[in-house]
Design a protein around this ligand. Structure first.
Ligand code: HEM
Ligand code: HEM
Length: 182
């Protein structure tokens, strides 16, 4: 098994998983922002159903990605990067990993709470709790808030940091995650 701890760049598998999640998330936010507002009697329209399906796909890719990360490690930090930047980057990366699990699981719990079916290619997935199970109503609001603010905020910070390394510092941080050999 290739261990990256002494490599200077991410493996092509890690890169593919990273950019796949970005593309899926772009689609997911488009569905989230254009689907009908979900209320007590909202029918599961195509957009809502696509939001559920894409969310579960993101969760599945996140499982594979985290497993890959835990078994393969990360490349060594580039020379000359201040330790506080390496530490902040790590914190943001782990917070993003956490959100890639917490956000879709809360969405799934909320769909179950609302009695809405979550289908993958025609197959209905198990409900995580009983319809209107007392005490679980908050999951929808927290799901939306975490996605719209925590996840988008951290992704923005993360992308701005990557641009700062590319355009201001001119080091190879962004290139480590870009396709091809660097
Ligand atoms: C990473 C994956 C996901 C992201 C980024 C995401 C994002 C969002 C966002 C931003 C909203 C709020 C829409 C608005 O602004 O009004 C929302 C609502 C919702 N999502 Fe997701 N979602 C994800 C996965 C899922 C999954 C897997 C499910 C269900 C299986 C789901 C079910 C719902 C439901 C039921 C609502 C309505 C909640 C409410 O307003 O009470 N989501 N989602
Ligand atoms: C415009 C979008 C994005 C850009 C330019 C970008 C860029 C990068 C770069 C350059 C790295 C390598 C950092 C390093 O070597 O220390 C990285 C790592 C990472 N990115 Fe992104 N990224 C973007 C979007 C996202 C999104 C949407 C997520 C997830 C929600 C994400 C999650 C991560 C994580 C978790 C790592 C750490 C990988 C690991 O060590 O396992 N990124 N990103």
């Amino acid at each position: 098994m290739a261990n990256l701890s002494s490599a200077s760049s991410y493996s092509s598998t890690a890169k593919a998983l990273h950019w796949t999640i970005l593309v899926l998330l772009i689609a997911q936010f488009i569905f989230a922002w254009t689907m009908p507002h979900i209320d007590r009697n909202t029918p599961v329209t195509t957009l809502i159903s696509l939001h559920f399906t894409f969310g579960i796909i993101i969760l599945a890719v996140a499982v594979v990605r985290l497993a890959w990360r835990l078994t393969h490690g990360e490349p060594v930090p580039l020379d000359g990067i201040p330790p506080w930047q390496t530490l902040t980057a790590r914190l943001v990366h782990w917070a993003l990993y956490l959100l890639l699990f917490v956000v879709p699981i809360l969405g799934w719990i909320n769909a179950s709470y609302r009695g809405m079916p979550v289908e993958m290619f025609g197959l209905e997935l198990p409900k995580l709790l009983a319809t209107r199970a007392p005490g679980w109503g908050w999951t929808g609001d927290v799901h939306g808030l975490l996605a719209n603010y925590a996840m988008l905020g951290l992704v923005a910070l993360h992308a701005v940091a990557a641009m700062y390394h590319y355009f201001v510092r001119h080091d190879g941080v962004l290139q480590r995650m870009l396709p091809g050999k660097h």
